[in-house]
Design a protein around this ligand. Structure first.
Ligand SMILES: NC(=O)c1ccc[n+]([C@@H]2O[C@H](COP(=O)([O-])OP(=O)(O)OC[C@H]3O[C@@H](n4cnc5c(N)ncnc54)[C@H](O)[C@@H]3O)[C@@H](O)[C@H]2O)c1
Length: 326
């Protein structure tokens, strides 16, 4: 039985704790948060050992596995230290905030063992889309598009100081909310070779430094041209939409259901442990990691990360074509 430590008990830390209840081979053992009220929340539900300092906690030899659930800017350093201390590592997205950090991480000993949290890959609808692409039953893929229209307002960005800033969040809607939708392209269809992208701040100019809206054209290695649009400036948070056009029809993922040629083909039914649209896959992901020893590795998410960095570079250069690759 692996003893797990969660560092960061804000929005997603408690989802990891709850998800661990579905796992046989691991259990929550310790919690670390710099905020006493967050630690209190955890201690009221679980009999955990508490720490308020990451480095001190790393010296606890009883801990086998570290779940990094802190703000983006802390991930890279925490991952490096946890690997160096010989711990198993599960890290929330994004594992790094920059392309240079990602390149450095790939070279570290133990990097391939890190379990990356892109839990939406395991949604039944996403798995069904993968099956459809791989089986070829609808012919070759002709095109694809991913759309995310969410609502994140001033109150959301002001609730935590790290949000909305380049130095601490590393970007806006793309790196945080829409990365799952972006991930579907390379996970389902194969590597993205180059991108052209633009970013905007439509509604939160006086609140955040980063973008609230992103558009991109993704050129896949297999020749498929795909489109991506994501915004936090919509009036409500709607279900992400992903569509694949095949030679013999289409697959449309919407409202947590997959429709293939207008017929219901799959439905996401996992219990929702966090917010809608991201709170239902962690139990499956952690069960798969601890009980079945399967996980998404740094290689498995490499093209998504490279595509994301290329999109920021392209958008920063007025929409020029940027090749993926570190
Ligand atoms: N996989 C998903 O779908 C998903 C969903 C939501 C959030 N996330 C990711 O989870 C991470 C955390 O997001 P969140 O929304 O929970 O953020 P949050 O701000 O709600 O929580 C972060 C927690 O980390 C704590 N913290 C900050 N610095 C610390 C330090 N040095 N040591 C220990 N604790 C520290 C804070 O006190 C806070 O409780 C982000 O990377 C985010 O992108 C992933």
């Amino acid at each position: 039985m692996k003893k797990v430590w969660i560092v960061g008990y804000g929005a997603i830390g408690p989802v990891h704790a709850k998800a661990l209840e579905y796992v046989n081979e691991a259990a929550l053992y310790a919690i670390c948060d710099i905020n006493e009220s967050k630690r209190k929340l955890c201690r009221e539900t679980y009999p955990v050992i508490e720490y308020d300092d990451f480095d001190r906690m790393l010296t606890d030899e009883a801990i086998d596995s570290v779940h990094i659930c802190t703000p983006h800017y802390l991930h890279f350093e925490m991952v490096k230290k946890a690997l160096a201390a010989g711990k198993d590592v599960v890290v929330e997205k994004p594992v790094t905030m920059t392309k240079a950090q990602f390149a450095e991480l790939k070279k570290l000993q133990g990097a391939e063992k890190i379990c990356m949290v892109l839990q939406n890959r395991l949604n039944p609808s996403v798995q069904k889309m993968k099956e459809l692409v791989q089986s070829g039953e609808l012919g070759a893929v002709k095109a694809a598009k991913g759309i995310l229209t969410w609502h994140r307002d001033k109150a959301y960005y002001e609730s935590d100081a790290w949000r909305g800033k380049w130095a601490t969040e590393g970007g806006g809607v793309l790196i945080n909310q829409a990365v799952h939708t972006l991930d579907y392209f390379s996970y389902l269809l194969g590597d993205v070779a180059s991108v052209r992208a633009n970013m905007f701040n439509y509604s939160l100019e006086d609140v955040i430094e980063v973008e609230d809206t992103f558009t991109a054209r993704l050129n896949l290695e297999n020749g498929v041209k795909a489109l991506f649009f994501a915004t936090n400036a919509y009036a409500e948070t709607s279900a992400p939409y992903f569509e694949i056009l095949f030679e013999k029809g289409n697959a449309r993922y919407m409202d947590g259901q997959l429709w293939v040629n207008q017929q219901l083909a799959a439905e996401d039914t996992a219990p929702v442990l966090g917010k809608a649209y991201w709170g239902s896959g962690h139990n499956g992901l952690l069960k798969r990691y601890y009980d079945e020893h399967q996980y998404f590795s740094i290689s498995d998410i490499e093209n998504t990360m490279e595509t994301m960095f290329a999109m920021y570079e392209s958008a920063g250069n007025g929409g020029s074509t940027v090749l993926t690759g570190c």
